[in-house]
Design a protein around this ligand. Sequence first.
Ligand code: EPS
Length: 394
Amino acid sequence: MLRFSTAGESHGESLVAFLSGMPAGVPVDQTFLDHELWRRQQGYGRGGRMRIEKDTAHILSGVRHGKTIGSPIAMTLANKDWKNWEEILPVGEGDAEKHKAVASPRPGHADLAGALKYDFKDARYVLERASARESAARVACGAVAKMLLRALGVEVASHVVRVGGAELTRDASFAEIAAIAQRDDVMLACVDAACEAKMKTEVDTALKTGDTIGGIFEVVVHGLPPGVGTHVNWDERLDGLLAQAVMSLQAVKAVELGRGVTAASSPGSQVHDAIAYEAEPVGEERFTKFSRERNNAGGIEGGISNGEDVVVRGYLKPISTLRRPLASVAFDTREATKASYERSDVCVVPAAGVAGEAMVALTVARLVVEKFGGDSLREMERNFRGYCEQIRNY
Ligand code: EPS
């Protein structure tokens, strides 16, 4: 089973990522890995921290001579900001005078619930782990999952479809979405320049008013054959697993598969994707002779991929650290005060999209590993090709 976990505090020495269950023989491209990490750091509206960090994944194990060897992959991502926090947040007892308390919980952050749960006197340790900094370690694992998927012809990309009130109202092709990953300036990761300009205005307004802003990212999986995930058990459904994976990202409050939100208020005739059949398909190569005119289902029916692009949206609440803070209560005096403020971002939708890609890639890769098995990529490729031939000749 493909599994991953992460460790690390936002201002600790390092993030740690651990990925096991990768077959042997998958080429590992350090440049691609670091470029994924770079992408997650970009986007208009990020705060001062991103000028300090320059994320890179230091691979400790599981990769030799440029390829996976089947053993667990351990990676560390150093926090450059650690040098400013070594005395504030030491592993040892340290000097209590230097401790930097989060004195009043921020509404929307994990501060209060976490402090109550773990019996902390302030929310510092909660913030440190709840921070979206952790998503960098997920992106490192996700980059390796993408390398496996890519070897099988499966690609994962994302774009931003809404920032505050500015929404992309036209369809985007997979090529357009994938091209965003090659940009030098990610800006707001929108495929449409005019819409992106409107999104930028939304961020500028939030910046000016001491507020923050959320939005929607969309992750698309291209080239996945029908048959990944299953209807037979609730916890093996591709849609359910994707929803959990994307919802687990910091600040995500809703997940949509395909046109799931509008489908709830539309008649079935306008929602479901009619099926056609061509004995001799022309045009773009497909997995089967069955075809669809549209993809409202987002590539998943009954918890199983159907061969169309898998489309997953993550809805982000606005960042909960506000420069003009909301009402809160001081942890020590219990008196009314303003919520704590420390340096943060104003908009993270493009960065969350990159983290969303990682979560989707890890989920799809996990099911691909389960379906096609094999201890080496060569064995898995053989199984994959055999299955694709079977469904082509169905
Ligand atoms: C975050 C607060 C900010 C963000 C951080 C998430 O960090 P800092 O307090 O150090 O400025 O920059 O995100 C990252 C560091 C990152 O790599 O994404 C928070 O409180 O959630």
